[in-house]
Design a protein around this ligand. Structure first.
Ligand code: DGL
Length: 270
């Protein structure tokens, strides 16, 4: 394939469900001419309470699916899959891969007290990826790790404004508020769906960082470096592929993306 033909291939993006659409949203702003195929594994989410082996298998299946569609770059829009599977997949995948940014770089520039919280799934927290990256970047940073057991599943069910969601966010933010952090990272791509609720409950004491922006910047840098930016003049096409409950995915996608800008379909991964 020539480099021009390769540049015309879509970018593949995936997550356990709708969370990665927060990343797609940033990619569409930064790279408006790129075609994107998104896989949301709505049949098997949430990922954050599964085993490492399950996440490895699911990630492998999704990468194989996207490779069959000849994508030029695969973006892990899922922190859990990044924490568990990214390094292993890099060893055996030919296609360019990009894991979810941890957001530490942005957060440490915002934090005046060097005290940063990370809200993430239990599996991401168990892998301590944010804590370890922060320790390498700047040992003076204190990282407060907060696992959130139910948030991603509630968001998947569209419970963005329910009492149950409010109670879950209240419970998950309490230890973080008590730890006196001044900055917090959304270490799960689902959570920006309920950023206003986090902000309301935490007041002005915490600034929230969504690493989706950093991730989109990295995707853009990779495509530029490889000479793979799509040269088309039109706005890129966006295909949202869900493994179950397409209508639910479609409805949640419409919270972030103009409905006329995407198509949805149900897919089987293996
Ligand atoms: N959105 C994913 C993440 O960033 C997974 C959430 C889940 O399915 O538990 O970790």
């Amino acid at each position: 394939m020539t480099i021009v033909a390769k540049a015309e291939q879509p970018i593949g993006v995936f997550d356990s469900g709708v969370g990665g659409l927060t990343v797609v949203n940033k990619l569409r702003h930064l790279l408006p001419h790129e075609d994107i195929i998104y896989v949301g594994d709505t049949k098997r989410n949430p990922y954050g309470t599964r085993t490492q082996n399950e996440i490895l298998t699911f990630t492998e299946q999704i990468i194989a699916f996207l490779e069959r569609r000849q994508v030029k770059l695969i973006v892990f829009a899922c922190n859990t899959a990044t924490a568990v599977a990214y390094m292993k997949m890099r060893e055996k995948t030919k296609t360019l891969l990009l894991g979810m940014s941890r957001g530490i770089e942005t957060a440490r520039h915002i934090s005046t007290e060097n005290r940063i919280a990370v809200f993430a799934t239990p599996l991401t927290i168990a892998n301590h990826v944010h804590r370890d990256e922060a320790a390498q970047l700047d040992p003076s940073l204190t990282i407060v790790e907060q696992p959130c057991a139910s948030l991603a599943a509630l968001i998947e069910r569209g419970q963005l404004n329910t009492e149950e969601m409010r109670q879950a966010v209240t419970a998950d933010t309490k230890p973080v508020l008590e730890a006196h952090v001044d900055t917090a990272i959304f270490g799960c791509t689902h959570y920006p769906f309920v950023q206003p609720l986090f902000e309301e409950i935490c007041g002005d004491s915490i600034v929230f960082v969504d690493p989706a922006h950093e991730t989109a910047l990295q995707a853009s840098a990779i495509l530029k470096k490889e000479g793979l930016l799509n040269g088309q003049k039109e706005r890129g096409r966006l295909r949202l592929c869900f493994t179950a409950e397409v209508q639910r995915g479609q409805k949640l996608a419409a919270h972030l993306l103009p409905p006329h800008e995407f198509t949805t379909e149900e897919v089987v991964l293996s």
